[in-house]
Design a protein around this ligand. Structure first.
Ligand code: PNS
Length: 161
């Protein structure tokens, strides 16, 4: 087991400033962090996996110690393949905690010894989610500070077509 390998998984459709804040804090706390992008998300993704990875790499270009990878299927299998057992997730409100506890329940049965570490979302990002931001941009609302600049540009481009 490689306890130094901490994995921050997600759909990142697209990455928000809330994610960037958590990734920076996670990398500072643990020294390094692997961001794992779920490819086969059941949710109808707006961005392709390649676009999501590219936007993450751009958004995190100035953050050291962070690598971005993709995974398909179960998170526990990705961790097993890497010899990792530590997952980092951000939590906004109580509903997030409920969902994260449920995922942990499954993940830790699939991979005994797996631990999930929660960080509270940055206060200024308490209501920032990829889905809300997509809805906002779909209808021409462009609030500042929610998205890394390349993501905001790409979203505007998607919805101008
Ligand atoms: O950004 P999200 O959508 O909140 O991320 C959720 C994610 C990708 C971390 C979670 O859905 C996940 O790990 N999916 C992979 C399938 C899996 O292992 N599910 C948990 C046990 S059933």
């Amino acid at each position: 087991m490689n306890d130094k390998l901490v994995v921050f998984p997600g759909s990142f459709d697209p990455v928000t400033q809330g994610h960037v804040d958590l990734i920076k804090r996670g990398a500072a706390l643990f020294g390094s962090l692997t961001v794992a992008v779920l490819v086969n998300n059941q949710k109808n993704a707006l961005f392709t996996p390649a676009e999501r990875v590219e936007l993450l790499r751009k958004a995190l270009a100035d953050v050291s110690g962070v690598t971005v990878e993709q995974f398909d299927g179960l998170l526990a299998d990705f961790l097993k393949a890497r010899g990792a057992r530590v997952v980092l997730r951000g939590v906004r409100a109580a509903a997030d905690l409920e969902a994260e506890n449920r995922n942990h329940w499954y993940n830790s049965r699939l991979l005994p010894g797996l631990e999930t570490v929660y960080l509270p979302a940055g206060e200024e990002y308490a209501y920032v989610s990829s889905s809300s931001v997509k809805e906002l941009y779909a209808h021409g609302g462009h609030l500042p500070g929610l998205l890394p600049e390349p993501v905001a540009e790409k979203l505007k481009e998607k919805f101008s077509k």
